[in-house]
Design a protein. Structure first.
Length: 301
């Protein structure tokens, strides 16, 4: 079978408190279990407790040596670009070049207002960030704005540009991934949509003389049975309510049941062209869920 990597979203604040986990311990558990990556989101003001993404990921990485660390997803355009580049470079430095940079432009207008960033310009600002980040991380003098008299910026120390996986399943995200990214990273979509997007991705990339970016999918899981393990219907109802999608559309997406059942579901994504999965734990003890995901990974190898 072809290689298929599985990473896990690190536990949020409430789960850390409930399960007695800090981020370094959680990341170390995922590494010891044999997973391929640990991931953290990037949210400023969503009405609930969230940690700063880059700082949280740096703390998690401190407890590990091998496992990839990923942003799911970093929003560079909500920040001044030089600051975003400095955060990425620092993560590369402290993780020993283990960063995978998921990039998005979402988060809702409230978060952009809180950051003092223009929501309507988020697409253009994201494209500019992806165009200039490689030069900024390389330590090259870079003009951030095309304005007379604007001095260039040069950051040090230089860092390796991490692979960029462009988040979202939209046509704009596919085009951005084909032109500026190393990967396409849609979440909570069926295998059919992955296959269709991958075909467009390859076509657009070829038109620019670029290799086809890799495909990674974001998913949600509650495997096995026991206290606090929700059903597929419960998970899907939460997803449908959060994203305003019909229940019947999202019902097949959550990974539930024994590892063999989850492996079969992920194999359909692999057959559609995905090579990576990043899974959020929807319920149950976080450590146990990680151990079950590691069994899924073994079944897919």
């Amino acid at each position: 079978m072809e290689s298929f990597t599985i990473g896990v979203i690190l536990p949020g604040v409430a789960v850390q408190r409930r399960d007695g986990l800090d981020l370094p311990a959680a990341a170390r558990h995922a590494e010891d279990a044999g997973l391929d990556g640990v991931w953290h989101g990037d949210h400023l003001a969503i009405g609930g407790p969230t940690l700063d993404g880059p700082i949280a990921l740096a703390a998690a990485a401190a407890g590990t040596r091998r496992i990839k660390v990923g942003m799911s997803v970093f929003v560079p355009a909500i920040r001044p670009l030089a600051w975003a580049a400095k955060q990425i470079a620092t993560l590369q430095h402290v993780t020993g070049d283990r960063l995978v940079l998921g990039v998005g432009s979402g988060g809702g207008p409230g978060q952009w207002a809180a950051a003092g960033a223009p929501y309507r310009s988020r697409g253009r600002r994201t494209d500019t960030a992806l165009e200039l980040l490689p030069r900024l991380l390389a330590g090259e003098e870079t003009r951030l704005r095309d304005e007379p008299g604007e001095p260039p910026v040069r950051l040090a120390p230089a860092a390796t540009m991490p692979p960029v996986w462009v988040g979202n399943a939209s046509g704009a995200a596919i085009r951005r991934a084909a032109l500026l990214g190393d990967g396409w990273f849609p979440s909570l979509v069926p295998p059919r949509e992955v296959a269709e997007g991958r075909a467009l991705l390859a076509e657009l990339a070829a038109g620019r003389g670029r290799p086809a970016p890799v495909v990674a999918i974001g998913g949600t899981a509650a495997l096995g049975t026991g206290d606090g393990v929700p059903s597929r219907e419960e998970i899907a109802s939460g997803v449908a309510a959060a994203y305003g999608r019909p229940l019947e559309e999202v019902l097949p997406i959550p990974l539930t049941g024994p590892p063999e059942q989850a492996a079969e579901a992920l194999a359909a994504y692999r057959d559609a062209g995905a090579g990576h999965a990043v899974i959020g734990v929807a319920g149950g003890d976080w450590r146990i869920q990680v151990d079950l995901l590691a069994k899924v990974r073994d079944l897919l190898r």
